[in-house]
Design a protein around this ligand. Sequence first.
Ligand code: COA
Length: 398
Amino acid sequence: MRIEWLDLPDALDQTRLPMPPPTADFLQVTQLANLVTSLFWGNNDFYVSPENQLAGATSRDDVRTSYAVAREPLTGDRPDRIIGYAALSLPWEPGASADAQPTAAEVHVAVHPDFRRRGVGSALLREAEAEAVRRGRTVLQSWTDNALLDPAAVGSGPVFVAGTSLETGLTPVVRTPAESVPDAGRDRVRWQAPDAAFAAAHGYELAQVEWASVLDLREAAGAALVAESGSGAAEEHGYDLVGWEGACPEEDAGSMAGLLGRMAAEAPAGALERVAEHWDVPRLRAEERARREMGLTLITTAARDRSTGQLVGHSDIETFADLPQAAYQGNTLVHPEHRGRGLAVLLKAVNVSQLLRLRSETERLYTWNAAENGAILRANQELGFVPVATHPAWQKKA
Ligand SMILES: CC(C)(COP(=O)(O)OP(=O)(O)OC[C@H]1O[C@@H](n2cnc3c(N)ncnc32)[C@H](O)[C@@H]1OP(=O)(O)O)[C@@H](O)C(=O)NCCC(=O)NCCS
């Protein structure tokens, strides 16, 4: 087995055979990434096309991702097969001084199921950690898919892959009663699952537990009800609800950037190290350009305070043209001076109605929330979301 860093291609060239090595290698990485997520979820709701994954690695100003791969020789003169990879993402604060830069690097390791428990993951992780340290990072973080709690809610079925002996994540179903909001805490992590066992074996500590929840959009009556009953109340309290698809309209870009700047500081982070993020209109526009390259279109609903004309809260949903059946809840934030008035749940509900109108083919909306974020978990429950998986965050000092 050999470990090496990939040269990422500028673009994927699949028009000739054999494909140029950087294209062929990157395609193998994305196939492996998609295999691993589909085995966990039992569905294709987390499929990322090679084009979108490449754009995600290279087109953002505030984070760059590189890939170390493990190769296993194949017989004959065929190029070696990629059996595992480590994705190393280095966040960067555009315009910030050196001492205000993020200290953390994010790492994600995946190994083909036929090659596990042979030290491949460990070798990849060692390489990624060493590179993070070479690049001046002192903290490593990782988010993993840990336990699938409710396969039925995500439409899971068995995943068949020819010629391999694969186990899916469809192991014992631990049902969370619909009426209870899940607790925070260590006891919610399935410690014997590969991700947790691997993280613990390499000195990573549990820094936060997130719940993944899903809303069945074919039965999103709860959300529609909240949207209908709440919109009038918002207007009475002096807020106008506005919505858009894609780039933020020019007149709201300044206050939108202000809200995005609050997100990193105000979303619960558990024990995770974070640095302050500064957002202005150029950063917002750069992010919007990167999203377009990644095939990602945001659907946004925001509340405008009529007395100041400023946006004071927003909620957005991520959609991909090549993934019509699934959408992902993005940020939801309400400015501190406007909290406690039910705006967050209303913004989410109205945005779900917008999603249904704009993307009628979408079946499931996923969201990830910190287990200690009781307010948002209760709001989700009101809208009809059910918890489906645990998603722990891990951290280690380099
Ligand atoms: C987690 C993952 C990367 C491990 O890859 P791997 O090549 O099997 O890892 P290694 O062989 O280097 O395992 C190193 C140690 O981790 C622990 N470990 C890894 N998988 C384990 C499992 N299924 N059960 C229990 N312990 C496990 C063990 O302590 C193991 O040492 P040992 O084999 O000597 O007992 C792999 O299972 C995978 O791709 N999972 C899906 C993606 C994922 O969850 N990634 C999260 C990591 S960022």
